[in-house]
Design a binder for this molecule. Structure first.
Ligand code: IPM
Ligand code: MN
Length: 366
């Protein structure tokens, strides 16, 4: 088994180093090979996703990814911007199914900006379609308007689109995930759309409804995205699995992260049809805190656990990492993003060390 390690930019390098440290103490036999991606790759090779990095990712069983981006690249031509690296990896590897679980750990109930009773025990899963929608639809670009409110003016446009097979496959992923979470039967999927306005999402709703016929034990409801944004902060525990398109999923998953206390806690897995996967924290490169050693590595460490479970067939090792994270939180270790009165403020490295210590001390018990 081979893991491609792509730390990227900003805090990406700091948090991936901690996850790699955690993976190394597990005593499992896999190879890890590191490559540059994003702004770091642009600096070194003139491109955010160099051919060599893409090849490494394609040949690997799994990719552990940090984060990309920095304000200093905002003026580059779009194809050279760091974000193109992650979009390119998703597209080239066909990573259409993005899992973003939002779990509120008992110890962090107080770290959220929401009332404790709203989020205590929260365990929801956002499944975001990741290779279609307005993110990738063609045509897109700039031109002179021939109609609209200002004919003759400069305008920009993107294309929102979904094909039936694209919606079908993500709907299957969602229904199966809900069933699995419910222990083999049952569960609930909320499909989020904007069918009242957009043809793409009326189609989405119709196709998800058709696929649902194959999953009679799983409940399905539909919700408009604006309402979903509201319900997520009003009564988040009413959700189980949310399935939605690329753009709505991007926005709702950031919102959901705040239910868990901090976006620094939210891991993600992006899978293709062969279960090859890319694992990354749901947060970005946070250039404002990069290099200060204060970033929260737990989202990346938890992403590594998802990687062990989904792509490397090591579910026990994944469980061990997740328990180690819980015990570290129970011991009161907190990076600044989740710190509260009475807990111990630590940096990225100390947090990673604490997870390693928790892992090595439970080793004999497994
Ligand atoms: C995410 C990020 C990316 C996205 C950016 C960096 C392209 O926000 O993974 O959620 O929009 O998908
Ligand atoms: Mn995002």
């Amino acid at each position: 088994m081979k893991i491609a390690i792509l730390p990227g930019d900003g805090i990406g390098t700091e948090i991936v180093a901690e996850a790699v440290k955690v993976l190394k103490v597990l005593d499992l036999s896999f190879e890890m090979e590191e490559a540059k991606v994003g702004g770091a790759a642009y600096e070194a090779h003139g491109h955010p996703l160099p051919e060599s990095t893409l090849k490494l990712a394609q040949a690997a069983d799994a990719v552990l990814f940090g984060a990309v981006g920095d304000w200093k690249y905002d003026t580059l031509d779009r194809p050279l911007r760091p974000e193109q690296a992650i979009l390119g990896l998703r597209k080239h590897l066909g990573l259409f199914a993005n899992f973003r679980p939002a779990i509120c750990y008992e110890q962090l109930v107080g770290a959220s900006s929401l009332k404790p009773e709203l989020i205590a025990g929260l365990d929801i899963l956002i499944i975001r379609e990741l290779t279609g929608d307005i993110y990738f639809g063609q045509p897109r670009g700039r031109r002179t308007a021939v109609d609209g409110h200002f004919p003759g003016a400069e305008e920009a446009f993107d294309t929102m689109r979904y094909s039936r097979p694209e919606i079908e496959r993500i709907a299957h992923v969602a229904f199966q995930a809900a069933r699995k979470r419910a222990g083999g039967k049952g569960g609930k999927v909320t499909s989020v759309d904007k069918a009242n306005v957009l043809e793409t999402f009326q189609f989405w709703k119709d196709v998800v409804t058709a696929v649902h016929a194959e999953y009679p034990d799983v409940a399905l409801d539909h919700m408009y995205v604006d309402n979903a944004a509201m319900q997520l902060v009003k009564a988040p525990k009413n959700f189980d699995v949310i399935v939605t398109g690329n753009m709505f999923g991007d926005i709702l998953s950031d919102e959901a992260s705040m239910l868990t206390g901090s976006i620094g806690m939210l891991p993600s897995a992006s899978l293709n049809a062969k279960n090859q996967g890319l694992y990354e924290p749901s947060h970005g490169s946070a250039p404002d805190i990069a290099g200060k050693g204060v970033a929260n590595p737990l989202a990346t460490i938890l992403s590594a656990a998802m990687m062990l479970r989904f792509s490397l067939q090591q579910p026990e090792a994944a469980d061990r990492i997740e328990s180690a994270v819980k015990s570290v939180l129970a011991s009161g270790y907190r990076t600044p993003d989740i710190w509260s009165e009475g807990t111990q403020k630590v940096g990225a490295r100390e947090m990673g060390d604490a997870v390693v210590t928790a892992l090595t001390s439970t080793k004999t018990g497994k």
